[in-house]
Design a protein around this ligand. Structure first.
Ligand code: MG
Length: 284
């Protein structure tokens, strides 16, 4: 299933994407929790209720008529791994990491899948990073790699927008990764059962139509389930937590000379089967 957070007439709703239509679960299922995190927490009963719906007659809208929001408005945490595709490690002039390299994108960075990305007045080096994003479904600590698939609720496309000047002038990347609007993801959550194996999906970025990144999630150095095992050694992963799983080669910072995002640039990030997110950049 494809679950979206959307608004129509300024009213926030949760929907089920069915082709070119979005069914309003908020309207069709009285008692549906108001937030996507709560829908995830109560997923067994919500899924059963969706199964009882007559989708053809359920209340809905043309997908084109609604505004998609970030699938999870306020995740408990947004974690992101760096240096996780060999070609991106090489273009960054780094060595393959012995350990998983983690940082957080603070939750203010969470942003809708088609909303403009702000180019902050204090940065001249804003860059894109297309990523497979996964959403935690079931809480856990010390989750084994073998058990990890059972803790994934679903997958999205993300853009780990990065202010390279801020990111790289200190050893700690968090500020450069956490500007407002710099964590768009979506366009919806495709549930894990629908995706199956997440390590076989083409991933790409286009800027103004020009192909910049093109790879496949099979190239992940540390795969999704190894990431869950490692992170959960440190922290309890909770329903609705958002994890960016790394970007392949082809970022603007690695071009010769580097090419950063400019006002009015159009950035499209896409992962096979999960959809595409798209933003026009806006100078602040
Ligand atoms: Mg990244």
């Amino acid at each position: 299933m494809k679950l979206a957070s959307f608004e129509i007439g300024g009213h926030p709703e949760i929907g089920l994407v069915a082709g070119t239509r979005i069914i309003s679960l908020t309207r069709a299922l009285p008692g549906l929790p108001g937030s996507m995190v709560e829908v995830i927490v109560h997923w067994q009963s919500v899924r059963a209720a969706i199964g009882e719906l007559h989708l053809d007659s359920a209340p809905g809208f043309p997908l084109a008529d609604v505004v998609l929001r970030a699938p999870i408005a306020r995740p408990g945490k947004v974690m992101a791994i760096g240096m996780n595709y060999a070609d991106h490690v090489a273009e960054s002039g780094a060595k393959p990491p012995a350990h998983q390299v983690w940082f957080t994108k603070t939750v203010n960075s969470v942003h809708a899948p088609y909303a403009p990305i702000k180019l902050p007045r204090v940065s001249n080096a804003v860059d894109y990073e297309a990523e497979l994003v996964f959403i935690i479904g079931t809480a856990g600590r010390y989750i084994s790699k073998l058990a990890a698939p059972g803790h994934v609720f679903g997958y999205c496309v993300g853009n780990d927008v990065s202010a390279r000047d801020w990111q790289l002038r200190t050893p700690q990347w968090v500020l450069g990764k956490s500007f407002d609007t710099h964590g768009p993801f979506g366009p919806w959550i495709t549930t894990a059962d629908e995706v199956g194996d997440p390590h076989r999906l083409g991933i790409r970025t286009r800027v103004n139509g020009e192909l910049r990144q093109q790879s496949n999630t099979r190239e992940l150095i540390f795969d999704v389930f190894e990431q869950i095992a490692h992170l959960s050694e440190v922290m309890t992963l909770e329903p609705g937590d958002v994890v960016f799983s790394g970007t392949p080669g082809g970022v603007g910072a690695a071009m010769k000379p580097p090419v950063y995002l400019r006002d009015a640039d159009r950035v499209q990030c896409e992962v096979d089967e999960l959809g595409m997110i798209e933003a026009v950049c806006e100078a602040e």
